[in-house]
Design a protein around this ligand. Structure first.
Ligand code: NDP
Length: 326
């Protein structure tokens, strides 16, 4: 038996509960992992609260991220005692995830715990941090360089936003943070933002084109905010879109793309090929000041996960939450 969060949906409705789970109920997989740490991402909060259609099989252990030690493996890449990391691949959605003390997984989804990270540090980043790195890599791939101009980061005080600011500023970019929590200005400036703007400046319907400002953008918000970022991005600039904190809609026009050559780069972390994951994690080890992780992440036990999921969706969680599952 082990402890974990289990989500059920039945006549009693949708419910998530911390409970003891029989190991024989774990799903199929060729690697059994004794989980050390997990996290709460936006998607996990949707899954736990039932506020979004994330879970597609019941019962389900949520948790799209985990770090742990291999207990048993019939996969050629991993052996007992290896430390491994998992982000995404539908884990916590269609396959039992990381918010429990044990997980049985497909070894093809795992990568070794990246060199330079403790389990806690890797989970301070988690899917949010790895996605922030994928956004930065997309800006670079499309030719945005430090010195080209300002990079705007939305949802700045959240997980993806916090890590994106820390990476970009460490790389020498001029970062402008957009937040609904301007009382967190000291936190955002501490991460490396040179200016902090209120969310309300971006969240209302805007014109197809506005005054050109941004060389690049990392957007976790979607909806009017994403449309306004595209409309105010400079000629040839790049907007990376990874989130939908304000909505799935994208009420834009083609004007920024056909008149200013703006690139809209979509970022998915879930099904990302392993080579990109390895690159993103090794870039995180190189390009992030790991001291910042102490500011960005805080650790909680499994017992705090369910109430924190609601707080996170209300935009009341700052940075990242690391879950010590033991
Ligand atoms: P967090 O909850 O940690 O951060 C989201 C932040 O967005 C909040 O802290 C808040 O920042 C801002 N926000 C919340 N609600 C609104 C709103 N209604 N309007 C404008 N801003 C809002 O979540 P994560 O950082 O973990 O994830 C952010 C987004 O990125 C989510 O939509 C998530 O699903 C997506 N995501 C996508 C991935 C992918 O593979 N494409 C991977 C990881 C995340 P502030 O208070 O500073 O304004």
């Amino acid at each position: 038996m082990f402890s974990g969060i289990l989500i059920g949906k039945d006549d009693g409705g949708y419910h998530a509960k911390l409970q003891r789970i029989d190991e024989s109920l774990l799903p199929e997989g060729d690697v059994l992992v004794r989980v050390s740490h997990s996290t709460i991402n936006y998607k996990d909060a949707l899954a736990i609260t039932g506020q979004g259609p994330v879970v597609r099989k019941f019962p389900m252990v949520p948790g799209v991220d985990l770090v742990g030690q291999v207990e048993h493996s019939s996969h050629t890449a991993f052996k007992q005692g290896d430390w491994v990391l998992l982000n995404g691949w539908g884990v916590g959605e269609t396959h039992w995830g990381g918010l429990a003390q044990m997980a049985r997984l497909n070894g093809d989804w795992l990568i070794p715990l990246p060199a330079g990270f403790t389990p806690q540090q890797a989970m301070s980043l988690g899917t949010a941090g790895y996605t922030a790195m994928l956004c930065v890599m997309a800006l670079e791939r499309h030719g945005v360089k430090p010195g080209d101009g300002e990079i705007v980061v939305t949802g700045a005080a959240g997980g993806v936003g916090s890590v994106a600011i820390a990476i970009l500023s460490q790389l020498g970019y001029a970062v402008v943070a957009v937040t609904g929590r301007t009382d967190e200005t000291d936190y955002l400036v501490g991460l490396g933002a040179k200016e902090v703007l209120p969310r309300a400046q971006f969240s209302q319907p805007g014109k197809p084109l506005g005054k050109e400002r941004w060389a690049g953008a990392v957007d976790v918000v979607g909806s009017h905010t994403l449309a306004n970022l595209c409309a105010t991005t400079r000629y040839g600039g790049v907007v990376t879109a990874c989130g939908l904190a304000a909505g799935m809609d994208f009420p834009s026009t083609v004007a920024p793309f056909i008149l200013r050559g703006v690139t809209l780069a979509g970022i998915d972390s879930v099904m990302r090929p392993t080579a990109d994951r390895l690159e993103a994690w090794s870039r995180l080890a190189m390009d992030l000041d790991l001291k910042q992780l102490g500011t960005i992440g805080r650790e909680v036990p499994l017992t705090e996960v369910i109430p924190l999921a609601t707080e996170l969706l209300q935009g009341r969680v700052k940075g990242r939450i690391v879950v010590d599952v033991n």
